[in-house]
Design a protein around this ligand. Structure first.
Ligand SMILES: NC(=O)c1ccc[n+]([C@@H]2O[C@H](COP(=O)([O-])OP(=O)(O)OC[C@H]3O[C@@H](n4cnc5c(N)ncnc54)[C@H](O)[C@@H]3O)[C@@H](O)[C@H]2O)c1
Length: 366
């Protein structure tokens, strides 16, 4: 069964297809390719598993023949940088990609962010399709058009808004995803519930074991719920003038943590899990939310096997310094996504730095 959702953006809307066998079903997505050139961008874990299937499916599909090449990048956050973008641009030049060419991003959020950004840059913007193969990419990064790479000074500091032409999530690819990566994806699922859907949070508590066991029905429900939620937010606030910032719950802490620990040391989802716990504790400390909700969050993240404490090696002051460079800040003041409890995230301007330091100092693990 295929679940189809729409991202409603005037003139640039697109569909999200979620189901089994999607990679091979090129007749369902072939129409999104307008020209005669396609570049599959993948990484060295995902390409050996799925790139040939994607190019075979494209070759079999009805319609004008497409010249298709594949570029394989090294996997992991440590390689999400401008050098990787340059390699995609070189490959597009080699392919002779004209303005109607299409980039097919096959992989997790790292591949999607790099490939999408390269597509945004080539000839001032060509099409791209997202074929997410991690849970994290299916529930979050493939939808919404944020693309970009890291800078040594901070996460995702270089980038562009560039919407895909379609998102095609083949659930079968999750069968090969390592457990640690599955758990990291669950952090973004929990985040969705924390921001705006308390019933979904309760559902997650009830279905945690099914999700960890990769039960198809449970995963489909979680992915569709997250995509539906994100599609709504993006349609209302594509460029993050307001509401969309809520999707960053836990991310100001998390991004600082990823950069400070060294890209790739903590997975993005793991850093977000720790970041959400810190945001919840800070909300409690500021008197905005009950501690009971922070405890429920902690318990669910721990059940998913996610880290919830700051690594001992991370200095609170260094983390705070990195948080000051976050894209959400305004006029030098910290602007954080906190909550009033499960399902009620909010944007808080001018957060008191000593209160943040206190939370950071108290959150260290062993
Ligand atoms: N653009 C956005 O809106 C957005 C939102 C959230 C996160 N992100 C970004 O997404 C990135 C994290 O994405 P991620 O967690 O998918 O990481 P990732 O892309 O690094 O993938 C995780 C690992 O799993 C491997 N892998 C992927 N699919 C596989 C499969 N099916 N089978 C076996 N191995 C597989 C990859 O090679 C990699 O080693 C971060 O850079 C984060 O900043 C972006």
């Amino acid at each position: 069964m295929t679940t189809t959702l729409e991202v409603g953006l005037a003139g640039r809307g697109y569909s999200i297809r979620i189901g089994s066998g999607q990679l091979d079903d090129a007749d369902a997505w072939r129409d999104a390719l307008r020209g005669g050139h396609a570049l599959i961008v993948s990484d060295d874990n995902v390409a050996p598993l799925y790139a040939q299937r994607l190019s075979d499916a494209l070759a079999r599909a009805a319609g004008k023949p497409v010249r298709c090449e594949a570029l394989v990048l090294p996997a992991g956050e440590a390689h999400k940088n401008l050098a990787a973008v340059a390699r995609v641009l070189d490959a597009l030049a080699q392919l002779g990609a004209t303005r109607d060419a299409c980039v097919l991003a096959l992989g997790g959020g790292v591949v999607g962010d790099i490939a999408g950004f390269a597509a945004a840059c080539w000839m001032r913007g060509i099409d791209f399709l997202q074929f997410p193969t991690t849970l994290l990419a299916m529930v979050d990064s493939s939808v919404g058009g944020k693309t970009g790479v890291d800078h040594p000074a901070g996460k995702n500091l270089i980038g562009a808004f560039h919407q895909p032409r379609a998102v095609i999530a083949d659930l079968d690819t999750l069968a090969t995803l390592p457990d640690r990566e599955l758990r990291a994806g669950l952090a973004e699922v929990v985040k969705t519930a924390c921001i705006g859907d308390a019933d979904f949070f309760t559902w997650l508590e009830a279905h945690a074991d099914a999700l960890l066991a990769r039960n198809d029905a449970a995963l489909t429900h979680a992915i569709a719920t997250c995509c539906h939620f994100k599609a709504g937010v993006v349609a209302r606030d594509e460029r993050e003038a307001g509401e969309r910032a809520l999707l960053n719950l836990g991310h100001t802490f998390g991004h600082a943590l990823e950069a400070e620990a060294g890209y790739g040391t903590l997975l993005h989802g793991e850093a977000v899990a720790i970041g959400m716990v810190l945001a919840a504790r800070l909300s409690t400390c500021l008197g905005a939310a009950d501690d009971e909700d922070a405890q429920r969050l902690l318990a669910l993240l721990q059940r998913f096997g996610l880290p919830v404490a700051l690594p001992a090696s991370i200095a609170a002051g260094a983390l705070l310094a990195r948080m000051r460079l976050d894209k959400k800040n305004r006029a030098g003041a910290l602007r954080l996504i906190l909550w009033r409890g499960i399902g009620r995230a909010e944007i808080v301007e001018g957060v008191d730095e000593p209160a943040v330091m206190e939370i950071l100092e108290g959150a260290r693990g062993g």
